[in-house]
Write a protein that binds this ligand. Sequence first.
Ligand code: PAF
Length: 281
Amino acid sequence: VKIVTQTSVLQKTLRSLRRKGRTIGFVPTMGCLHEGHLSLVRRARRENDIVVVSIFVNPLQFGPREDLKTYPRQLPKDIRLLRGSCDIVFAPSRTSFYPEDFSTFVEVRGLSDRLCGHSRPGHFRGVATVVAKLFCAASPDRAYFGQKDAQQVAVIQKMCRDLGFPLDLKVCPIVREKDGLAMSSRNLYLTPSERRDAVVLFQALKSGQHLAAQGQRDAARIVRTLEDFIRRTRTAKIDYIAIVDPLSFEPVKTIARQALLLLAVFIGKTRLIDNAVLKVT
Ligand code: PAF
């Protein structure tokens, strides 16, 4: 794996590869890689000649009271994990990526203010800005994101449409632990008993899917049932439960055929998100 820390070096290296006709697959990450990230990297490997993974804990997407300082960092281990499946790791320093006079931001209005954007003001502006900057650095043919961060995917899709980034965005399935907990770097924050409790998110999604499959179309009823279910777990505190249109992320009242069930739940101090498609049959 080649490690690159300067944007200009990455651009020069990739330009020469592109000139030779090589296609570039890009997986942006904040490091602390787990099987979810590695599944994106493997798919990028299958679909492209060159695979670039960025590892950068993006300060812009953390709120003032969030976990930027404690976010797990393990660059040497991440590089070992990527050996064999990735060609270039792009790991810029904070100061080289955002020099002191940095003052340009990307804001996807509307979509960024709801749900996670409501609970985490400025989060999606930080995500859109860093992803736009990373896309400019890597100019990939394809970029890979996980469906776990469903709203992030929607924000980035909209940004790509609005700004005309010439790339193919690939959304990959959620990778889960054996008990169903969606993989996330933040799972590391959970104590052993919180880790056991965290399965409540997956159980709630399953229960929502079951209700919809049984013909329950009333979104508010499903949400109420899931609220009652999650509240039975002592360490769980609901941030939001929402049923939205999969494309617009607008809340739906009645599930027509398909909708997206989104959960954000604190387990102790750790905020976890997860989602699943609801299908009414
Ligand atoms: O999903 C993530 O890990 C981050 O939000 C991303 C896309 C790498 C931007 O920092």
